[in-house]
Design a binder for this molecule. Structure first.
Ligand code: 13P
Ligand code: SF4
Length: 299
């Protein structure tokens, strides 16, 4: 039996499901029960009947799954797979800002640690950020941790958004100069970028979308060529699902080293040994669940 077959066997024996983010390595994408963006995977985690969720992504995603399904065992195959952006905001610092802007509501990107979610009024993802901020009952919003996502959202809402000073090191590396050159090289291609990109890159885009938003858009579009401004892992899936179309990175390929830590062997071990379970304090789960469930009302 090869390793993928071993994984399938263990999955059945243990009543487990494998959730995989769109940036994971191709061989991990290929064994997914559900492959998607942060919002889609959060929904899957909330709805599954499986006993075990193996989350192939980064820690905040596995924590989100645990918060939404606290009775289940949620496993992160590589315990060190974190998101540097999520670590840019701490509860202590957020409390200071909340005191300074009393009356403001806190919207936190799902790319935050569980304790920060617990301190927030509502969460959002790149797929529903505008809806969430538009609908929150406050004229002033503290937004953590991504300043680029906050700036993107500010383009569509009249409210005052107070951004945290965080960013994604992967998307921040996409420079407008290289994107311009890519556009010159492929003038007929549509440029799809992720809202974690710098505003100077967003200005050049034809569409600004979450990772699954890019997949849906590319599938439905009549265009044949696309420039993709996000982590390079998405290109594998775009090509696989759209054989008649061409996809190019907008500039040099950018890789999230945290997303790429998980290997097939890690997934096998994770299932076999049931490692590494996400454990969170009950009070954190309770408060963070309110913020996440409030988010799940938005598309
Ligand atoms: P989405 O897949 O939700 O667009 O998120 C991108 C990302 O950077 C996750 O860490
Ligand atoms: Fe975090 Fe950026 Fe990696 Fe996503 S791509 S996990 S936001 S560092």
């Amino acid at each position: 039996m090869n390793i993928a077959e071993e994984i399938t066997k263990l999955k059945k024996e243990k009543n487990a499901i494998i959730l995989v983010h769109n940036y994971q390595r191709p061989e991990i994408q290929n064994i997914a029960d559900s492959l998607g963006d942060s919002l889609g995977l959060a929904r899957e985690a909330a709805e599954t009947d499986a006993r075990i969720i193996v989350f192939c992504g980064v820690r905040f995603m596995a924590e989100t799954a645990k918060i939404l399904s606290p009775g289940k065992t949620v496993l992160l195959p590589r315990k060190e797979a974190g998101c540097p952006m999520a670590d840019m905001v701490t509860v202590e610092d957020l409390r200071i800002l909340k005191e300074k802007y009393s009356g403001a509501k806190v919207v936190s990107y799902v790319n935050t640690n569980a304790d920060v979610k617990a301190e927030s009024d509502i969460c959002c993802t790149s797929a529903n950020v505008i809806e969430v901020v538009k609908n929150i009952k406050a004229e002033r919003v503290i937004f953590t941790p991504d300043k680029n996502l906050a700036a993107y959202c500010q383009r569509f809402v009249d409210k005052e958004i107070i951004p945290w000073n965080g960013y994604c090191y992967v998307h921040e590396k996409i420079r407008k100069e290289e994107v311009r050159l890519a556009k010159e090289k492929f003038p007929d291609a549509l440029l799809l970028v992720h809202p974690e990109c710098n505003p100077s890159v967003i200005d050049l885009a034809d569409e600004v979308l979450s990772t699954s938003g890019m997949l849906d858009f590319a599938k439905k579009s009549d265009k044949k060529r696309f420039l993709i401004g996000t982590e390079e892992g998405l290109i594998y899936r775009l090509k696989k699902e759209n054989p008649g179309k061409k996809f190019y990175t907008a500039g040099t390929a950018k890789m999230c080293r945290n997303m790429k830590l998980t290997t097939l062997y890690d997934v096998y071990l994770s299932l076999k040994e049931e490692c590494y379970p996400i454990e969170l304090a009950r009070e954190i789960i309770k408060s963070a669940q309110k913020a996440l469930e409030a988010m799940l009302k938005y598309a």
